[in-house]
Structure formats: C-alpha cells, structure tokens
Design a protein around this ligand. Structure first.
Ligand code: ADP
Length: 799
C-alpha cells in the first residue's frame, strides 16, 4: 500500500499563520504610519492575537458531532455486496434490513430466527441470538444441515443483531435446487410425472414443485411447505405409494430419495415418479426432453439418465466429476465406469429398472479410477422423462474419502504406536537385566581392572538402547511427561543457542513471536526436543537442496483463536483457542507421496546410517501426548512447514498431575533392612532385582506372578515393602496389590514398569504407591526402595 502524503502538524500551521498575520499587520501599519517602530508593534500584536485565537481553538472543547441516524440504504447496499444472505434485527426482534440474497431466499421476509426451516434450526438460531446479545458474537454451524449462521451485535448502542447465513460451497447447491423445484422447471417436470420436493431430515417439506402441491392438496389449497410430506402419502402395504388425496385409484408413485448433501441432518431431494401420470396429465406432452435435460444439468449432485438399452443419455457435470470420468471421452454404458467385477451387477440393475422395477435401489460400486473406495450409486426407473428409462445418481464422496483416509492414517499411527510401545516395554525388561548385571559386575571390579572398561562399554551401549526405547515410548505416547504451564517463546529461546550452532553459519535463523499468546501445558524439556528435531530435519532438507549451505529457518509462534480455527474449516483440529508454533524451512520440501508417511516410526528417506526415522515420530508422540496437533505442509522445492497447535491452558484448570523431577540421586543410599516381597514375571529382571536388593541388606522373598505372591503373603509374616511389576500374565500387579491391601491396608508398594508412569497412574487407582520406570540401575532400585521406608535413622551403608 502506498503511504499517505504526510500532513503538516497543526502547530506548524499555527506558527505559519501567526507569522503571516504578523507580517501582514506590520506591513499594513508600515504602509499607514510609515514608521518601523509602530509597524513592529502591530506585528507583535498580530502574533499575540493570532496565537491567542489559535490556542483557544486548540484548547477549547470540541463539540461532539451530531448523532446520525443509521442510513439503512447504505447498510443494505453494503450488505448486498456479499453473496451470503444478511439480515438485521433490532432489540424488539423486528427485521430492519435484509440484503438481496436474503430476500431471494426468503421472499416473505420472515424475521430470524423464525425462518421457514426445521424446528431444531429455529431453536438453534434463537439460542445463538441469546448468546450474541450477551457476548456480542455467536455462531451456529450446519443449521438445518445447510447454513453457518454468524451473529454480531452491532450499532451505536449495540442494539442491533446482524445475521449472516453463510452457505459453504457444497451447501450453496441447495439454493439452486430449491429455486428449481419450486419454480417453472419443477412445474414442468411435475406435469411430466416427475414430481420433486425438498424435504428436511425430519420430513418437513422445504419446497415442493407446484405440480406436487396441486395434486397433494388440490388446486388453490395453499402450500406444502412446512408440512410433513408423510401426511399426504399413503401406502398399500405392498410397497406401492400413492398421494392420499388421489386415493386408491390414483396412480402409484415411486419414491426416490436422494441425499445430495453430506451432513447427516441435511435435507433430501425426494422425487415422486408417476409412471402413468405423465400420460394422464393434461399438458404433459409439453415437457419434452429439453426440460428434463435442463433439470438434470442443473442438479447440484451427480445425476445421469440412461435409455432403455442401458446407454447413457445424459450425465451432468457433477456426475462426471464424481465418477472420475473423462469429460472429453465420456463412457457409453454405466458399466464402463466401474471395475470389472461390478459391471454385471450394474448392468443387471439397470435392465431391471428399465423394465419397470419399482422402488429405487442403492448399490455400492467401485469406480474404475478409485477401486479402493466403494461409492453409492442410486438407481431408479424413470417414466415420462422422454427416452430416459433409468435415473442414476452418484454422490461425490471425495471429501468423505479424504476424511476416511485421514482416519485410517490416524488408526494406523495408533496401531503402530501400540506395537512400538509393546516392543519398548519388552526391551526395557531386557535392558533392566543387562544394566543390572553390569552394575553388579562393576561393583566387583575397580577402575583399571582388565574387565572394568568392557563392562562400562556394555553399560554405555545399553544406555543408548534405553534412549532409543524412550523415543519409541514417546511416539507411542507412553512416556512420562512432566507438564508445566509454559509459554512457547520461552521454549524457543531456551534452545536458540543450540539451534544457531546446529544450523551453522550459512543458515539464517528467523524467530518471531505473536502477540497475546496463551500459556500451554507441556513438558518443557520435551517441547525443546520437538523444536530441535524439527530444526535438524529442516537443516538436512536445506543442505540437500543446496549442498553449499544457505537457507532460512523460520520459527514463529502465534495465537490462534477459536474463531480462526472455525474459519479454517479443518475437520481434524477441534475448535478451541490454541498457541501455534511453526517451523518452516527453504529446503527440498516433501513430495506428496512421502508426506503421509513422515510421522511413522522408522520412516526415513535419508541414506542408511544418516536417519533413524524416529525424529518426527517422537515429535508426533510428544505433541499428541500434550493434547496438541501437528500438521506438515509442503510443496516440493518450496520447503516445508510444520505447525503445532497446543491448546491454550485455561487458568484454574487442574495443576500438573506429576510432581517435579526427583532431586539428583544421593551419593550414598541408606543401607536397607526388613523384608521385601518382590513380584516379577520376567526371570532375568527378578533375578537381578533380587540380587540388588539382597546386596542392599534386605531379606527378599520372590514370586513369579500375582497368585504366587498371594500364597507367600498367606504363608509368611508381613513384609515391609512390596515391589511388583505391573503387567503380568493372569493376575496383574494392581489386582494383586488390592488383594494384599485387604490384609495389610498400609503396606507400601513400589511398581516397576516399562510403561509410562503417567499412563499407569491413570489406570491404577491405588494410594500410597510409587513408580520406578524400567530400565533402572541397581542404584536407582536401591534408592526407590529406600525412599519408601519410614524415615527412621538407619545405619549408613558405608558404616
Ligand atoms: P529422519 O530424520 O531420521 O529421517 P524423521 O522422522 O525425523 O526421521 O523424518 C522422516 C522423513 O521425513 C525424513 O527422512 C524426510 O524424508 C522427511 N522430512 C522431515 N522433515 C523434513 C523437512 N523439513 N523437509 C523435507 N523432508 C522432511
């Protein structure tokens, strides 16, 4: 936008006026008195007088502009510039203004919320109006399955409500259909024996063609709109339907119900096909194929006509699109559109309906171009529609397909997550045993021993393996998070030094933060991991795009309000307030066929040894476990953007569930005493834990499952501490503990598990229990058990 030319400041103008006045006064005085002294005096007086006048003008109170009444012509003209119907109502609930689109839709000018829609729709709009009067804004989506109604309180005194009834694209089609049904085309079709009505999902007629109205009610007897269509139809119990007014002698009708919109409560187009009526009705001869063609052509959903020989007579544009047909080389037979296996079924059905089968039928067919997604093909016989013998309708379900694919993807991620979590759990058991034995061996070897370094090596590598399992647990959302209320910019600034180092000299780091960011609840360490993982991928992508280096890594945070989410129309992201974090790069971008797989664990396009395929899956797991959403967006060659939405933490919500991390381990662990009952089904873990605890000074009783533990409890004196695995075959840890607590209600319990603490706490409703995540070292086990003992002074281990 070009900058506006700057205007001189008022004080500068004032000074200029004062100087000019002074010069003029002085000049006049000089001219009259011919005396420089007098002229100077006049000039000074001019300055003073002018200055005083200007000062008064500047300082005197400015009268408020007169209150102007609303110019409704102007308001209406503005409202008419949009395509959505807009209406304004006042405090008294009167309609004070409506635009052309509203008038076209509701020619009788009803006052919202009392529009001629279903009762539920009216109730929803009335509720939205109540909210808008209170909050200034309200929105009701999918009203009557069609309208997204937005309400804004407006006006000088906030005493008006502006109603906008937006019709998202797919739904806008409804209007065309409604006009067509109620207008001359509907009339002509009705005469040809194809009557049509638009019916709300509760059966209320929204629009009916004049022919149907005439036949159902009798000439000049009002309208069907707002009435239940079922009232006017009777059945003979054998599947034959007739109009009630025409009685048993009236011609039988075939009903064809076409759901042409996706919403569950959206209206249906109901066609009532009268086989005999076309011939019987006067004037039907005038309804030639042209009208039928116009009707089919205008239909907002896929519709086609087929002749007696099963050949296409006409397909409308929506049908061609939905069928994935090539508009330049249209198929001749409907069977040509479907996969080979479905050809016969389609041809048979068409033959049956062409021969006069009553009722319409829905069949699932697989289109040749999208064989994996069956679509619904509605078939009905047609009479009185010229050469057309069969009517086909096909719903374009590409949107549905996309959603299904997304759901399938999410389900797959869930399944892979469970698998990964299971693997990690088993691995943690093995690692516990390996690490435990290393620890026990190290206790027998002093540094410098021939074996000491080798054992250390085993330990280091086991710890690396443990960190891999942690990533797997992160992906399967089973790791222990320690969430805090935090601001995302703090997370970014925490890692910015590290990022600069990671990016190197040639990559520019561009960080910017939005205003009014809400706090989020997440684990700060894990969020840092998220930013770093995304940044490392971005760096790799930029290096591949430009091996010489260079590019820009952009990190942004911004507040995304619920309204904005609603406007985005993203079916996946629930409407709520979020704080978003996006990481964009100028790298290679992600090809469309790779994009759906990037969050899967072990998916990598990097050469062997360079990528583990766990970076993004870790990010995904952390974001999901924090209640957030992540989206990747990319155009090959144009870089990639990853955006994370974390819900804004509502003040006053439950505080973080987990306690802060435990302090660093003490250098010495108190020497133990008393009896520990150790329950663990994995022999290797039980063995190592038993040795560690015995070494620590405890007497240890072991059981290899819950049942054995209960028997031991019966047979022995009360143990001091119960240490148990959580997941065991037959009787699990928590069940066993509940039974033990019946006898010893305050027995301290330590659960060891390869699953996440947070998840376990959620599923274990027991008091006075502690958790020790696997894999653990001998030292960690000793500390965890020591922490459960009463704080009685105990002899120190070294003592
Ligand atoms: P890894 O980095 O070990 O390959 P990730 O799970 O982090 O594993 O990433 C998986 C794959 O996603 C990468 O191999 C790469 O193909 C793709 N990818 C991730 N981030 C980007 C990015 N910023 N630009 C291009 N491709 C990316």
């Amino acid at each position: 936008m070009a900058p506006l030319p700057s205007r001189p400041a008022p004080t500068r103008i004032a000074a200029l006026v004062a100087v000019l006045t002074a010069v003029a006064a002085g000049a006049i005085a000089l001219g009259v008195a011919r005396d420089w002294l007098i002229a100077g005096g006049f000039a000074a007086a001019g300055v003073v007088a002018c200055g005083a006048a200007i000062a008064w003008r500047l300082l005197a109170p400015v009268a408020p502009p007169p209150v102007r009444s609303i110019d409704w012509h102007l308001a209406r003209a503005i409202a008419c510039t949009g395509e959505d119907p807009v209406a304004v109502t006042d405090r008294g609930g009167r309609l004070v203004c409506a635009n052309d689109a509203f008038v076209a839709l509701f020619p009788d000018l009803p006052t919202p919320p009392s529009l001629p829609l279903g009762e539920t729709a009216i109730a929803r709009m009335a509720e939205a109006a109540r909210i808008a009067w209170r909050d200034g804004f309200a929105r009701a989506e999918g009203v009557d399955g069609l309208y997204d109604v937005t309400l804004v309180r407006a006006g000088d005194e906030a005493d008006m409500l502006v109603w906008r009834l937006a019709r998202p694209d797919a739904r806008g089609a409804f209007e065309a259909l409604r006009r067509m049904v109620a207008g001359p085309i509907g009339d002509r079709l009705g005469r040809a024996g194809a009557m049509a009505a638009l019916v709300a999902h509760d059966g209320t007629v929204i629009a009916a063609d004049p022919g149907l109205t005439r036949r159902a009610l009798g000439e000049g007897n009002g309208t069907l709109e707002g009435r239940d269509l079922a009232e006017f139809v009777t059945g003979d119990g054998r599947g034959m339907l007739r109009l009630a007014r025409e009685g048993d002698r009236g011609p039988p009708l075939r009903f064809l119900e076409i759901p042409f919109l996706d919403a569950a409560d959206a209206p249906l187009l109901v066609l009532l096909l009268d086989d005999l009526g076309a011939a019987a009705l006067p004037g039907s001869g005038g309804a030639g194929p042209d009208h039928v063609r116009a009707f089919v052509g205008l239909m907002p959903f896929g519709m086609a006509l087929v002749d007696r020989d099963g050949r296409f007579l006409q397909m409308n544009a929506a049908f061609i699109r939905a069928a994935g047909a090539d508009a330049k080389a249209l198929p001749v037979y409907p069977g040509d559109l479907v996969v080979r296996e479905d050809k016969t079924a389609v041809a048979d059905a068409i033959r049956r309906f062409a021969a006069g089968a009553t009722h319409s039928a829905d069949m699932a067919v697989r289109l040749k171009d999208f064989p994996e997604e069956p679509v619904a093909l509605t078939i009905a016989g047609a009479r009185g529609l010229g050469d057309a013998a069969v009517l086909l309708s096909l719903k374009n379900n590409s949107e549905e397909t996309r959603l299904k694919r997304e759901v399938a993807q999410a389900t797959k991620m869930q399944a892979v997550g469970q698998l990964a979590g299971g693997v990690a759990h088993d691995f943690n058991n093995i690692l516990t045993a390996i690490l435990g034995h290393c620890d026990l061996m190290l206790m027998r070897h002093a540094p410098g021993d021939s074996d000491y370094d080798d054992i250390q090596q085993i330990r280091t590598n086991s710890n690396r393996a443990a960190s891999l399992t942690r990533q797997l647990l992160a992906f399967s959302r089973q790791q222990t998070l320690r969430p805090q209320i935090l601001q995302l910019p703090d997370v970014v600034s925490e890692v910015s030094t590290l990022l600069k180092r990671l990016m190197g000299e040639t990559v520019r780091l561009d960080v910017s933060h939005g205003r009014g960011l809400g706090p989020v609840r997440a684990d700060p360490g894990q969020m840092e991991q998220v930013v770093v993982n995304l940044a490392v991928n971005a760096r790799d992508a930029m290096l591949s795009a430009n091996p010489a280096g260079g590019g820009t890594l952009t990190i942004q945070t911004r507040a995304v309000a619920a309204d904005e989410v609603r406007a985005m129309g993203n079916e996946i992201l629930p409407v709520a307030d979020y704080t978003a974090l996006s990481v964009s790069d100028t790298g290679t971008g992600i090809p469309p066929d790779v994009l759906p797989k990037i969050f899967e664990p072990f998916f990598t396009t990097k050469e062997t040894g360079k990528g583990t395929g766990l970076g993004l899956s870790t990010v995904y797991g952390i974001v999901k476990q924090s209640g957030g959403w992540i989206f990747a967006d990319s155009r090959p060659g144009k870089g990639a953007t990853f955006t994370i939405y974390l819900p804004v933490h509502a003040a006053g919500a439950a505080p973080a569930r987990l306690p802060p991390p435990k302090p660093a381990p003490r250098a010495t662990t108190p020497w133990g005493q008393g009896t520990i009952l150790l329950v663990e089904d994995e022999d290797m873990v039980r063995a190592v834990a038993e040795r560690a605890l015995t070494r620590q000074g405890y007497s240890v009783l072991t059981a290899e499952n819950g049942e054995a533990a209960l028997e031991l409890i019966e047979a022995s004196p009360r143990p001091d501490i119960l240490v148990s695995d959580v997941v065991m075959p037959m009787m699990d840890g928590p069940t066993m503990v509940r039974r033990v607590r019946e006898r010893y209600p305050d027995l301290p319990v330590l659960f060891m598990s390869g699953y996440a603490e947070e998840q376990l706490r959620r599923s274990i409703d027991l008091d006075n229990v502690s958790f020790l995540p696997k894999p653990f070292s001998v030292q960690q086990l000793a500390e965890a058990v020591a922490a459960m003992q009463p704080a009685a002074p105990l002899p120190d281990r070294s003592g």
